[in-house]
Design a protein around this ligand. Structure first.
Ligand SMILES: *Cc1c(COP(=O)(O)O)cnc(C)c1O
Length: 396
């Protein structure tokens, strides 16, 4: 066995079922392992590395911070990278206020605190939160509780009180669950871990109206589907349904850890001095990265590219569906696509990896495609060629 893997197995808690490769470098849409083997990467660190590998703009933005010597300063002081990144976020989302943290789960924790404070300010005890079945919001306690999948929760009771779960894309069921103690509804505009399932625009519109009528905050978890993945800066912009609060992480720093809570309107001023904080939140290194990624999104060219290659990938996958009866459905938006199969897909992932293609799952029977947004049509062709060969070997 590889020495690194052997040592890793002896010292890591066994929280991940890791593939037996050690990654060491990257270039464009390719990553390299320590054996020098090259892989075309359609996972991007799970929807993180949206600019691909070795992006010159991101590298030089990071070098600039590193060379100045100050990677981190406390939020007791201002730094211009965090301010610029926040103002870009506000502009791109047409929302007002930003809180920086370090991850997706942390962003959702912040959002949960925000909506509970808001609810309590309306009426004591108005703190109930409705989230969606099959949702995923993170692994820390409140975010794990918000996650509508018992497999993530069952070993860790007791959970945080005050959460309930509505079937996704079912307006009447949601409406029937709302009570006068509901303070917020959490939705992923495209569910990621739950199987790459987009919310219907008509559903989101009705939910928005319901929230307005009942003074409930609407929170969109865009940790996976945000940051250009669907061809818009944020997935909700496809439906035109704007949330009161949005959470971001994954791709926000293009590979550097950073998360954000973005709020607008009545949600914008809920959190006040002393309410919430994060030591590392908004540090120079992370916000310089976010600022660079957000500048690329503001420029717009990458978003057009996502629309174009997103439909190219989708059409290629639809063609595979014609060829293989085990493919049940192709769904998603932009470069966030899922292929629902009728069989467990782990052997497909393993064989693709041997053939030099990195793919992920989203549940045991769904192939997930969340490549760097810079992927080209010829790289998509290469991926489809490998996948076709693998499916022929396994399925025919
Ligand atoms: C990945 C993910 C999270 C959790 O993000 P972490 O950075 O792993 O904490 C939350 N919500 C969604 C929709 C995600 O995809």
């Amino acid at each position: 066995m590889d020495k690194t893997i052997e040592l890793g197995k002896s010292v890591f808690m066994e929280t991940y079922a890791q593939f037996p490769i050690v990654l060491a470098g990257g270039d464009g849409r390719y990553v390299f392992d320590t054996q020098g083997k090259r892989y075309l990467d359609l996972v991007a660190g799970i929807a993180v590395n949206i600019l691909g590998y070795g992006d010159k703009r991101l590298s030089s933005a990071l070098h600039k911070v590193i060379d100045n010597g100050l990677l981190h300063c406390s939020n007791l002081y201002w730094n211009s990278y965090a301010v610029t990144a926040a103002s870009r976020l506000a502009r791109l989302s047409s929302m007002e206020k930003v809180f920086f943290c370090n991850s997706g789960t942390e962003a959702n924790e912040g959002a949960i605190k925000l909506v509970r404070k808001y609810g309590s300010s309306l009426k004591e005890g108005r703190t109930d939160i409705i989230t969606m079945k099959q949702s995923f919001h993170g692994r820390t306690y409140a975010s794990m509780t918000a996650t509508g999948q018992t497999k993530y929760q069952k070993s860790f009771y007791p959970l945080v009180p005050g959460f309930s779960y509505a079937p996704f894309n079912d307006y009447d069921a949601l409406k029937n669950m709302v009570t006068d103690t509901t303070c917020a509804i959490f939705i992923e505009p495209v569910q990621g871990e739950g199987g790459v399932v987009p919310a219907d625009a008509s559903y989101l519109k009705k939910v928005r109206q319901l929230c307005d009528d009942r003074d409930i905050l609407l929170v969109f978890d865009e940790v996976q589907c945000g940051m250009g993945r669907t061809g818009k800066p944020f997935a909700w912009q496809k439906s035109g349904v704007k949330p009161d609060v949005m959470t971001l992480a994954k791709a926000l720093g293009g590979g550097v850890p950073i998360g954000a809570v973005v709020a607008t309107g009545k949600a914008a001023t809920v959190l006040q001095p002393g309410d919430h904080a994060a030591t590392f939140g908004g540090n120079l290194l992370a916000t310089a990265a976010a600022d660079c990624v957000l500048e690329v999104l503001e420029d717009g060219e990458l978003l057009e590219h996502v629309e174009k290659v997103g439909s190219y990938l989708r059409n290629s996958l639809e063609a595979l569906k014609e060829r293989f009866s085990q493919i049940v459905e192709v769904r998603g938006a932009g470069l966030m696509l899922g292929v629902q199969m009728s069989i467990p897909i782990r052997p497909i992932l393993d064989m693709c990896m041997k053939e030099g293609l990195i793919l992920a799952n989203a549940g045991p029977e769904i192939l997930r495609f969340v490549p760097p947004l810079t992927i080209t049509e010829s790289e998509i062709d290469e991926a489809i060629t490998i996948l076709t060969r693998v499916l022929e070997k396994i399925l025919d």
